[in-house]
Design a protein around this ligand. Structure first.
Ligand SMILES: C[S@@+](CC[C@H](N)C(=O)[O-])C[C@H]1O[C@@H](n2cnc3c(N)ncnc32)[C@H](O)[C@@H]1O
Length: 316
C-alpha cells in the first residue's frame, strides 16, 4: 500500500484546503500587483515627459574666432572718406596751418603776454618716450612725415626731433592730441596750470616746443584722435611713420590703430606704446593683435612698444 493511501481522510482534507487558500491568495496578490503595475505604467505614460536638459552653451568666441567673421567686423571698421591724391610732404605743414590755424603759425608771438608769467618750460614727462624703438624706426624708415597720435607734453615728439636731427633728416611731425589729458591726470601732474579750470596742456606743450627750438619740426593738431585722423585722411596727409599712444582701452586703441592705418603710406611703419600694460585687460595688445590678424601683418615688440612694419607682409 502506498503511503498517501495510508493517510487519514481528515489530513487529506486539511491539505486540500491549504492548497485552495494558497492558490486563492496567490491569485489575489498577483492580480493586485498587476493592477498596481498597470496603473503605474499608465500614469507614467499619460504624464507629459519633462523637457530634455538644454545642450551646454558653446564657449564665447575669442577675438581670433571673431576675426574669421569679416562680416561682423565690418561693423567696427573705420570708413572715413580719404583723398585719392596724397599730399606732397612739403605741403603738409602749410595745409595744417591753413586748415587748422587760419593761415598763421600758432607759435607766432607765443606765449602771449597773459600766459608768460605762468608758462615755464616743464621737465618733460612721458612714458617710454625715449625708448630705443624711436631711433631704430627712424633709422629704418627715414620718414619725411611722422604722425604722433597722443602727445601730452611732447616728450616723445621732442625725442624724435632729436633723433632726426642727429641723423640729418628733414622730418616733420604732426602731434594729434585733444590736449585734455584724462580725468584725474592733474592728481599726478600738479604743476600744470589752468585758467578758470581750463588746463593749459596745449600751451604747455607749445612752450616746450618753443623752448627746445623745434617749432619748425612740430605742429600740434588739437582735436580728438577720431576726428583728427578722419580729417588728415580727407586732406590726403599720409605718414611714413605713425606712433599710437593715446587711449589705452581696447575701443580707443582699436579706433586709433584703424583710423591711423588709413593714413599710413604703403611700406610705412605703425607702432605704439603699452603693448604690455594691463589697462583694460591688455586692451592695447588685444586691439593690435586683432588688427594684425585681420590685415595679415606681423607684430614685433621693441622694448615696451609694438611695431607693425607693413613692408614685411606675412607669408602664408
Ligand atoms: C600717454 S599720453 C601720450 C604720451 C606721449 N606719447 C609721450 O610719450 O610723451 C596720452 C595722450 O593722449 C591724449 N588722448 C587720449 N585720448 C585721446 C583722444 N580720444 N583724442 C585725442 N587725444 C587723446 C591725452 O590727452 C594724452 O595727452
Amino acid at each position: 500500500m502506498r503511503e498517501d493511501q495510508q493517510r487519514p481522510v481528515h489530513l487529506y482534507n486539511h491539505q486540500r484546503n491549504k492548497f485552495f487558500i494558497t492558490t486563492k491568495l496567490f491569485t489575489h496578490t498577483t492580480v493586485y500587483v498587476i493592477i498596481v503595475l498597470l496603473s503605474y505604467t499608465l500614469g507614467y505614460l499619460s504624464h507629459s515627459s519633462p523637457p530634455p536638459p538644454p545642450p551646454p552653451l558653446p564657449p564665447p568666441p575669442s577675438v581670433f574666432q571673431l576675426a574669421s567673421l569679416p562680416t561682423q567686423l565690418d561693423n567696427f571698421r573705420v570708413a572715413a572718406h580719404c583723398s585719392n591724391s596724397p599730399l606732397s610732404p612739403y605741403l603738409v605743414f602749410p595745409t595744417i596751418l591753413q586748415r587748422v590755424f587760419q593761415g598763421s603759425s600758432p607759435y607766432t608771438d607765443f606765449p602771449p603776454p597773459h600766459l608768460r608769467y605762468i608758462l615755464k618750460p616743464k621737465r618733460i614727462r612721458g612714458w617710454g618716450s625715449n625708448g630705443d624703438v624711436f631711433e631704430h624706426l627712424i633709422k629704418r624708415v627715414k620718414p619725411k612725415l611722422i604722425v604722433e597720435v597722443g602727445t601730452f607734453l611732447g616728450a616723445s615728439a621732442l625725442h624724435m626731433v632729436n633723433v632726426t636731427r642727429k641723423l640729418g633728416l628733414q622730418t616733420q611731425i604732426l602731434c594729434l592730441d585733444d590736449f585734455r589729458g584724462w580725468p584725474g591726470f592733474r592728481d599726478r601732474f600738479k604743476d600744470i596750470n589752468d585758467i578758470n579750470g581750463d588746463v593749459l596742456l596745449l600751451q604747455q606743450f607749445m612752450q616746450n616746443v618753443v623752448y627746445f627750438n623745434a617749432t619748425g619740426s612740430i605742429l600740434p593738431v588739437p582735436f580728438s584722435t577720431r576726428s583728427g585722423l578722419e580729417k588728415l585722411c580727407e586732406w590726403g596727409i599720409m605718414a611714413d611713420l605713425l606712433e599710437i599712444d593715446a587711449g589705452h582701452d581696447f575701443i580707443s586703441a582699436w579706433g586709433d590703430i584703424n583710423g591711423a592705418y588709413r593714413i599710413l603710406k604703403p611700406g610705412g611703419v605703425i607702432f605704439g606704446h603699452d603693448y604690455f600694460t594691463a589697462a583694460d585687460n591688455h586692451g592695447v595688445r588685444r586691439a593690435v593683435n586683432l588688427f594684425a590678424q585681420i590685415n595679415h601683418l606681423n607684430i614685433r615688440t621693441d622694448g615696451q612698444h609694438w611695431v607693425i612694419d607693413t613692408a614685411l607682409v606675412r607669408k602664408f
